[in-house]
Structures are given as structure tokens and as C-alpha cells.
Design a protein around this ligand. Structure first.
Ligand code: CTP
Ligand code: MG
Length: 241
């Protein structure tokens, strides 16, 4: 039986098992510090602070799962936090976390550990949208650059109309059964879906976009760390953290 509208608990799956290769050599990305605090701790704090999240399931790198578990156990969060071992790909990490959810969870968000500064209001908005009955919700921002399609010789084929384009962020929110169906029908060796909504779209389910937030950006390259440190410094100066 599916409850509609959903009335159970809300969980967030946090894929955090990547190495952070584009960031350069060092610890797994989720463990690298921003303002002296590991990225993953920032991310879990933001999720728990929204007060709409009951459970956070972190998919940690296989070789550091114990370290991640003890690091998170030292913190006090306003949500239950569970750590599982992630997989070879992001999709695999999310699928493993999904398997551990208790039965009474009916709304599931997926949020990248690599988006540590997501504002709690964005988390709340995504949960609210799914709880209002939308099956799949993603935050997105208008694209600011001019976008051109190029050929193999780097010659421009065309300029794409950016008006209807959105750069998609996380947290992405789903009715649990929709996300489960999407992962169950996905091929683990096919990495062509770069987010969970991409898997849901293949089911023919409508995915709705709500306004994203610039501070929910993904820390991918070294410049992003500079930007994240600046955002943190601004929040600290404003007394917000
Ligand atoms: N992720 C994961 N399991 C993987 C690969 C990625 O849980 N096998 C997670 C990352 O930890 C990150 C999120 O998916 O929180 C988004 O991935 P990305 O930004 O690509 O992070 P990395 O894969 O760590 O970075 P890179 O691709 O540069 O190595
Ligand atoms: Mg990656």
C-alpha cells in the first residue's frame, strides 16, 4: 500500500564514497576540511538542521567507513545518522544506502556530500514539495554562460538557447517507491545517468524543478574550495554559524 500524500519518515541518502580526483591528491573528498570541519560534517549538519529530516544514511568510502562512522558519532545531529559502505560509482553508493532504509520511510532525498554548504531552507523546500505529492523534485538554477555545441574539431555547431536550461543540484527528493523502482531498473555498469532524477526520468515519471541555491554548488575542483571557504567566512562574519 502506498500512502498518499506520504505521511511516514524522511531519509536523506548521502553519497560520500568518491575519491575527489578532480580536487587533486589527498583524503577522500568528503573528509577534506572546509573551515577546519570535514565537508561531510557540514553536509550532514545542514540536512539535520532543516528539522524535516529524520534519518541520514551516509555511503562512505570502503577504506574509511569506520573512520567516518566514528567521526560522525562524535557529533550531535538532530537526526539519526547511519553509515554504510559505498560502491564503485555514485549510483552504486546511492543504491547501497537505499537498501538500508527502515520500512516507515516514505520520502527519500539524495544529497551529495560534495555540496556541503547547502542551505537548510533548500532541504526543507525539497521535502515540502515531495510531501505535497510531487513524485520527484530537483533544485535547479538558470544557466548563466552562453552554451555552444561543438564538434570533434572544437568548431561550433550551434548556440543552444539557454532560456529553458537548468543546472541541477541536490538534494533531489523522491517518493520512496519511485526512487526504488528507478534504481531497480538501472544498470550498474551504465553511468550515463549522472543523477538520481536521470534514472527516474527513464521510468517516464515527471521530474519537477524548483529554484536551486547558489550556495548548494558542488565542490569539484580546487577553485570550488576557495569559493566554499569564502562562503563560510561570510557566514561566520554574519554570525550565521
Ligand atoms: N560518490 C560516491 N561513490 C562513488 C563516487 C562518488 O558516493 N563511487 C559521491 C561523492 O562522494 C560525491 C558525489 O557522489 O559526494 C558526487 O560525486 P563527485 O562530485 O564526482 O565526487 P567524486 O567522485 O569524489 O569526485 P571525482 O569525480 O573528482 O573523483
Ligand atoms: Mg565522481
Amino acid at each position: 500500500m502506498v500512502n498518499f500524500p506520504p505521511s511516514g519518515r524522511t531519509a536523506v541518502l548521502v553519497p560520500a564514497a568518491g575519491r575527489g580526483e578532480r580536487l587533486g591528491p589527498g583524503m577522500p573528498k568528503a573528509l577534506r576540511p572546509l573551515g577546519g570541519i570535514p565537508m561531510l560534517v557540514h553536509a550532514v549538519r545542514a540536512l539535520a538542521a532543516s528539522h524535516t529530516v529524520d534519518i541520514v544514511v551516509v555511503a562512505a568510502p570502503e577504506d574509511s567507513a569506520e573512520r567516518v562512522a566514528s567521526m560522525l558519532a562524535e557529533q550531535s545531529f538532530q537526526a539519526e545518522v547511519v553509515v554504510v559502505t559505498g560502491g564503485e560509482t555514485r549510483q552504486d553508493s546511492v543504491a547501497r544506502a537505499l537498501l538500508t532504509l527502515p520500512d516507515d520511510v516514505d520520502v527519500v532525498l539524495v544529497h551529495d556530500a560534495a555540496r556541503p554548504l547547502v542551505p537548510e531552507q533548500l532541504v526543507t523546500s525539497v521535502v515540502a514539495a515531495v510531501r505535497s505529492g510531487i513524485e520527484a523534485v530537483v533544485p535547479g538554477l538558470p544557466v548563466v554562460d552562453t552554451i555552444k555545441r561543438i564538434d570533434g574539431a572544437a568548431d561550433v555547431e550551434c548556440t543552444v538557447d539557454r532560456g529553458p536550461l537548468r543546472a541541477i543540484q541536490t538534494p533531489q527528493g523522491f517518493q520512496r517507491l519511485v526512487l526504488q523502482r528507478a534504481h531497480a531498473s538501472a544498470d550498474l555498469d551504465d553511468s550515463s545517468a549522472t543523477d538520481d532524477a536521470g534514472l527516474v526520468e527513464r521510468l517516464g515519471v515527471r521530474v519537477h524543478v524548483i529554484p536551486g541555491h547558489e550556495e548548494a554548488f558542488k565542490v569539484t575542483r580546487p577553485f570550488d574550495v576557495v569559493m566554499a571557504e569564502a562562503v563560510l567566512a561570510r557566514r561566520r562574519a554574519a554570525g550565521a554559524v
